[in-house]
Design a protein around this ligand. Structure first.
Ligand SMILES: [Zn+2]
Length: 193
């Protein structure tokens, strides 16, 4: 994925010493890439939505009809909240290594604070918070760059992609031409002379 300033500027920390609020970083090794403050903001937005989906009353959750785009586009029923919870957990397990996933599970999923985690994992406070930052950055990137359906932006995950008007216009053009061609059918006419 190619990151642009439009993707990052709204998420960047204004006082960030690395990107100065622009959200993009350049370097000989990384090229142009998102700043860590942007990746952490993405993770925190996804995590807040995860907590909302888990904590809300289950009778509010409902099946919704959704359009699945692609070559074989179709419409099917789904439970978006439950799918999001599963995606959040599975992508995290796939992205993190064993120790990182342990910290993720204790701190983010089970809600243990740093004292409990450091005692349980035999880490000191500094290493624990470094690891938490690293987890947030890794998962923020994974949630945004996931293909074909990224977890972030959340509104696109839950309500489908918003396409620019030009794309919709170019898609409708061939269909219109086809309708016009179809309209030119000539039924056999009675010859009068
Ligand atoms: Zn930054």
């Amino acid at each position: 994925m190619e990151w642009t300033r439009s993707d990052t500027i709204a998420l960047a920390m204004q006082k960030c010493a690395r990107c100065h609020g622009l959200g993009l970083r350049t370097g000989p090794k990384i090229g142009i890439g998102p700043c860590n403050c942007v990746l952490r903001a993405i993770f925190r937005a996804c995590y807040a939505r995860f907590r909302y989906c888990v904590e809300k009353e289950k009778h509010i959750s409902r099946a919704t009809l959704e359009f699945i785009p692609g070559r074989d586009s179709r419409v099917c029923w789904g439970r978006k909240d439950e799918e999001y919870i599963a995606d959040f957990c599975l992508v995290s397990r796939r992205t993190l290594n064993e120790l990182e996933h342990k910290v993720f599970k204790y701190h983010f999923l089970l809600g243990a604070d740093w004292r409990l985690c450091t005692r349980r994992l035999g880490m000191d406070r500094g290493n624990f918070f470094h690891m938490v930052y690293r987890i947030e950055q890794k998962l923020g990137r994974a949630f945004r760059e996931l293909k074909p359906y990224a977890l972030y932006p959340l509104d696109e995950y839950f309500h489908g992609p918003r396409r620019p008007p030009e794309e919709i216009r170019t898609e409708t053009k061939p269909a219109l031409r086809q309708t016009q061609r179809r309209a030119a059918l000539r039924p056999p006419l009675l010859k009068t002379a």
